[in-house]
Design a protein around this ligand. Structure first.
Ligand code: A3P
Length: 379
């Protein structure tokens, strides 16, 4: 919780790893933010300064309502996030749902498709399986991203039409994805880049969570590519600068460590299943059998094998992008891949300079020391 230092203009507050001079902190608050400084969950948040936003905007697309940082962990999100986070506190999670929770680029899509297929297409004969994944397994953390200054790239009208059809009378401004998820029938596979801490405190009593973690070097390279190829981010900086944004907890969806650690600490909870992307790559059938137990799906080994094949990197990529094609920068998509880039472990070695690698090693060592999360780095 924040300590207040009223009347001490030169005082500083230590918030997680951020030292924020109080005078600067005041400047970071926009007038419209002042009335909404606390989330329903009790977390406090602050608007990032105009200078900070302008600096970020030099290399990537920003958001109409600026960006915020949620305390105490320092989550960096578009300025509209509080409205949707508050709705999540009241959201009706069902016992049979699964939240696929990840820091971006950690294997979310692969896990979503595996679980959706286990639930709804175990014999690979459901025509719904041909629909784009983002219509079948919707992201609960996506509504805030629609504040992007490139919203026209998203063609939200199509999604709004779907909402009108499935839930007449609903207002998309109350959360397009949130309300589409509400209307999904059966066992829902809900994607989340929000961390455990931002869900209701009893979330693990209410629903199952599958958490996928990926070693931060491969995650960073994959995220860098993704933010370059997807038009609503259009990242223009170097890989070095990008990795520094991650290490300084300044990139949207950051910080990485509390995200992974919060789930790691709960890895023995009966309703949380913690998986490493690298273990999925090394022995996917072993991971499928664990998932089959955790999700109570009672599928046979033959069904699991067929699902694995259906969800392999080559099968998924041959079926096309999981989101609308128009979101991608065509040139980069053709030269470096789109959503499905390489799907490997250890690819970071092809991109990182020795100096950058050493900086990351120090960052990882400092942060992993207290938990010993056993990441694997690839051959
Ligand atoms: P790369 O960019 O390293 O190739 P997310 O789904 O969390 O955004 O993660 C995307 C990463 O998972 C990308 O990594 C993507 O290629 C990889 N991926 C997607 N589907 C996969 C699959 N079926 N098998 C292995 N990796 C997959």
């Amino acid at each position: 919780m924040l300590e207040r230092h009223v009347g001490r203009p030169h005082a500083e507050e230590k918030i997680n790893n951020f030292t924020v001079p109080l005078q600067r902190k005041k400047q970071m608050l926009r007038p419209w933010m002042k009335i909404m400084k606390r989330l329903a969950s009790g977390h406090e948040y602050e608007a990032m300064s105009d200078e900070w936003v302008a600096k970020q905007g030099e290399s990537q697309v920003m958001y109409n309502h600026g960006m915020i940082r949620i305390l105490p962990d320092g989550w960096i999100y578009p300025g509209t996030a509080p409205k949707f986070l508050d709705k999540i506190q009241e959201f009706d999670f069902r016992q049979e749902d699964v939240l696929v929770m990840t820091f971006p680029k950690s294997g979310t899509t692969w896990m979503q498709e595996l679980i959706w297929t286990m639930f709804h297409n175990p014999n690979l004969d459901n025509p719904q399986g041909d629909d784009k994944l983002w219509n079948r397994s919707i992201e609960i953390s996506l509504d805030m991203m629609f504040d992007t200054q490139r919203v026209e790239e998203l063609n939200l009208e199509t999604l709004i039409e779907v909402l009108r059809k499935v839930s007449p009378g609903k207002n998309e401004e109350d959360g397009l994805c949130l309300q589409l998820i509400e209307a999904l029938p059966g066992r829902r596979v809900i994607k989340s880049h929000y961390p455990l801490d931002l869900f209701p405190a009893d979330i693990l009593d209410r629903t199952k969570v599958v958490y996928v973690a990926r070693n931060p070097k491969d995650m960073a390279v994959s995220f860098y590519h993704f933010m370059r190829v997807v038009k609503i981010y259009d990242y223009k900086g170097s890989l070095e600068d990008f990795v520094k944004l991650i290490m300084n907890n300044e990139l949207v969806f950051s910080p990485y460590w509390p995200h992974v650690k919060q789930a790691w600490q709960k890895r023995n909870h009966p309703n949380l299943h913690f998986v490493f992307y690298e273990d999925m790559k090394a022995d996917i059938m072993a991971e499928m059998r664990k998932l089959n137990d955790f999700l109570d799906t009672s599928l046979t080994d033959t069904q699991l094998k067929n699902i694995v094949e259906h969800c392999s990197f080559s099968s998924m990529s041959s079926r096309g992008e999981p989101v609308a094609d128009r979101l991608f920068n065509k040139h980069l998509q053709e030269t470096s891949g789109g959503f499905f880039r390489k799907g490997r472990t250890g690819d970071w070695k092809n991109y990182m300079s020795e100096e950058l690698n050493q900086e990351m090693d120090k960052w990882i060592k400092d942060n992993v020391a207290d938990t010993g999360i056993p990441f694997k780095w690839g051959d």
